[in-house]
Design a protein around this ligand. Structure first.
Ligand code: FAD
Length: 303
């Protein structure tokens, strides 16, 4: 069996693998798509000590750093089931079963998409999902936020300090965000909130986003909003479906961990966007991966 088996090859999984391998213990990584969300990222300007980089460069760096150690890297392999027996057993989609003394789950998350024309075409060219990451790219420009829940209203307040104007489009007839956030957003002169708005299309000039179309659900009329950036804030979904009924998840599907990265199953740890850790970011996921690997090592020397 492995000593540490990491599931996921994003920043959390890569950091966990490196920290584990540096202890000289048998380490494996199973990743459906090595690099994770970073592979889909254009500009990265908040990876501390590196002023500016991009996703593919950071992913190449992650892989080189992992392969610098004695790590079994199993790419394009998907985990479908986990069970704790004498060892922790991980079943892959191809039917193989891997055994390990400890497992670190770092399967990340995915942003829920609008599924409207133009969204895929202009992803990274005006369509964005992370205000902490991409907000500054729209300095002085007009932007929209799709979604009036907590993350949408937080994004609007955050962006209002950077961009010229923010239009929030909420599908329902009320905002689902906390009252204190709604009050704050309403007090900002450069934030407009439109309810009953169903976004129907992302408009672009072939290079970049130039606006969006929405339908007013009360009148059925179609409207245009002229914006350079669209932040989609309709939910972050943890990749934990295969763990349902296996270990403790929140009602949103996040894996519950303690300060050492330990889940509800002894010997099973978790890190990054798939967990209850607040603020989903590259540097935070890497820190989580390091914590989980050290937690797993601590567990191994006690068992
Ligand atoms: P992920 O990166 O999601 O990686 C998960 C890994 O697990 C992948 O390898 C995936 O293939 C694998 N996996 C999933 N399910 C399975 C399974 N069943 N079996 C095997 N493998 C599986 N953050 C910043 O700090 N700065 C930025 O500028 C920034 N920009 C972003 C831009 C975009 C467009 C997006 C989408 C995100 C951005 N983020 C940014 C957020 C950042 O990418 C995430 O916080 C970070 O990647 C999370 O790391 P992770 O390792 O937890 O998960």
């Amino acid at each position: 069996p492995y000593d540490v088996l990491v599931v996921g090859g994003g920043p959390a999984g890569a950091a966990a693998a490196i920290y584990a391998a540096r202890k000289g213990i048998r380490t494996g990584v199973v990743a459906e798509r090595f690099g994770g969300q970073v592979s889909d990222t254009m500009a990265i300007e908040n990876f501390i000590s590196v002023k500016a980089t991009d996703g593919p460069k950071l992913v190449a760096g992650l892989e080189q750093h992992v392969l610098d150690y004695d790590v079994d890297l199993m790419k394009t392999q998907k985990a479908v089931r986990l069970e704790k027996k004498e060892f922790v057993e991980l079943e892959l989609e191809n039917g193989a079963i891997l055994k390990s003394k400890t497992v670190i789950l770092a399967t990340g998350a995915r942003w829920r998409e609008m599924n409207v024309p133009g969204e895929q075409e202009y992803r990274g060219k005006g369509v964005a999902y992370c205000p902490h990451c991409d907000g500054p790219l729209f300095k002085g420009k007009k932007t929209a936020v799709i979604g009036g829940g907590n993350s949408g209203i937080e994004a609007a307040i955050d962006l209002a300090g950077i961009v010229e104007h923010v239009t929030v489009l909420e599908f329902g007839d009320t905002l689902r965000a906390d009252a204190v956030l709604v009050k704050k957003a309403n007090s900002l002169p450069n934030v407009t909130i439109i309810k009953n708005a169903m976004t129907t299309e992302v408009l672009g000039d072939g290079q970049r986003v130039i606006g969006l179309k929405y339908t007013d659900r009360t009148t059925d009329e179609s409207h245009l909003v002229d914006v350079a950036g669209i932040f989609v804030q309709i939910g972050l979904v943890p990749n934990s479906e295969f763990l349902k009924d296996t270990l403790e998840l929140t009602n949103r599907g996040e894996i519950v961990i303690n300060a050492h990265g330990q889940t509800s199953i002894p010997g099973v740890f978790a890190a990054g966007d798939v967990t209850t850790t607040p603020y989903k970011q590259i540097i935070i996921s890497m820190g989580g991966g390091a914590t989980a690997a050290l937690g797993a090592f601590d567990y191994l020397i006690r068992h």
